[in-house]
Design a protein around this ligand. Structure first.
Ligand code: DP6
Length: 358
């Protein structure tokens, strides 16, 4: 017991979670599927439980966060559950650093809350199963429950009111489709106008199209799993793009409307269709989350040409290429705080991709 440090990475869904059936326990209306990304999109989190600490403390990207803030408190509800499971009363000190390129404009919650579940449970002396870790991460942010595993991951929606059957499972390890890539095209690094949490709640409450989305999701999930199992990119790509559009359609159908796609996103959509037409089949597939940046899945040999094509689109400021990642890992050194509770001076050096601890 004491101090533990983990790194976890973001995941990008191809069958997306958009809507809860329980706001507090973060239980989804439907299941979802994603690929966990490699450590270019990682968060490192150190957690210390100690009787010497007077109160819970949370540091994010070098800043001490206000624990009285409702959003922060909601996201950290797993800490109290971990204390109960471990039978301890010690306060926790949490130090977390997002190592995403600053221009990337990613919501970092999935990587951060998955790393927190792993680090906090280990620091409390618990040795939890991936199901238990996934449930803890889910309580901070739904999509985080998928980041406790690497490769191709399914979040099973579950049916129990207490959420004990709503967790992620690995469908295939990263090595199943090693040539798969996500070419990310970044055109806007501003903070999103409507959070996923608020946006999906509004969609569930107001969209007349949303029931049709829920009706189509189970078959989408079955078909997507079959396409990935067969490594059938054309099928996978079509399903991925149509699913992204389906989610953005119910967002637009929300009242008041929610629009995460911008003109750059739209140019990317058309350009990917032109690119596929020129290739004579689907070889690249975009998907957009609650933001305007494109994640374009493709295979390794296509990356140079696709990346060039995307980077030449008006408004695309940066591109990066991610592989599928292996999931969270525990670090034996490189802690962001010392066992006596001192927060070490740390920062992410974008040029080298390394965390500098002084
Ligand atoms: C569009 O997991 O951020 O990225 O559970 O309220 O924290 P909360 O929402 P969050 O929503 C992610 C939505 C999405 C789709 C997905 O990742 O499946």
């Amino acid at each position: 017991m004491g101090l533990a440090t983990f790194e976890a990475t973001a995941n990008i869904a191809v069958a997306k979670y958009w809507g809860k059936r329980d706001e507090k326990l973060i239980l989804p209306k439907e299941g979802s599927l994603s690929f966990t990304m490699d450590d270019q999109l990682k968060t490192r989190t150190s957690v210390l439980f100690s009787p010497a600490l007077k109160e819970d403390e949370f540091w994010l990207n070098g800043k001490k966060m206000d624990m009285a803030d409702k959003d922060t408190a909601e996201r950290l509800q797993q800490i109290e559950i971990i204390r109960q499971k471990a039978g301890i009363k010690d306060k926790a000190k949490i130090v977390s650093l997002n190592c995403f390129p600053t221009a990337a404009g990613f919501a970092s919650s999935a990587a951060g809350l998955a790393a927190l579940a792993c680090a906090a449970s280990k620091a409390a002396g618990l040795d939890l199963s991936t199901e238990e870790l996934s449930i803890l991460a889910r309580l901070g942010s739904g999509s985080a429950c998928r980041s406790v595993l690497g490769g191709f991951v399914e979040w099973k929606k579950g049916i129990k009111p207490d959420g004990s059957d709503s967790y992620a499972e690995q469908i295939a390890p990263a090595s199943r489709w090693p040539e798969l890539r996500n070419v990310i095209a970044i055109g806007d690094s501003g903070k999103k106008k409507v959070s996923s949490r608020a946006g999906m709640k509004q969609t569930v409450a107001t969209s007349a199209l949303y029931p049709a989305r829920l009706a189509y999701m189970p078959k989408l999930i079955t078909d997507m799993k079959a396409a990935v199992a067969a490594k059938d990119f054309a099928k996978f790509g079509e399903l991925t793009m149509r699913e992204s559009s389906n989610m953005h359609a119910v967002m637009l159908d929300t009242w008041p409307p929610i629009m995460y796609l911008n003109d750059v996103s739209k140019r990317i959509i058309y350009a990917v269709h032109d690119y596929n037409a020129a290739a004579g089949g689907i070889v690249a597939a975009y998907t957009f989350d609650a933001g305007p940046n494109a994640h374009v899945y493709t295979t390794e040999e296509r990356v140079p040409a696709l990346r060039k094509m995307l980077s030449e689109i008006e408004g695309v400021e940066k591109t990066m290429v991610c592989k599928v990642g292996e999931g969270p890992k525990q670090l034996k050194e490189g802690h962001l705080l010392s066992p006596d509770g001192t927060v070490l001076k740390h920062r992410f050096d974008e040029a080298s991709g390394k965390i500098i601890i002084e």
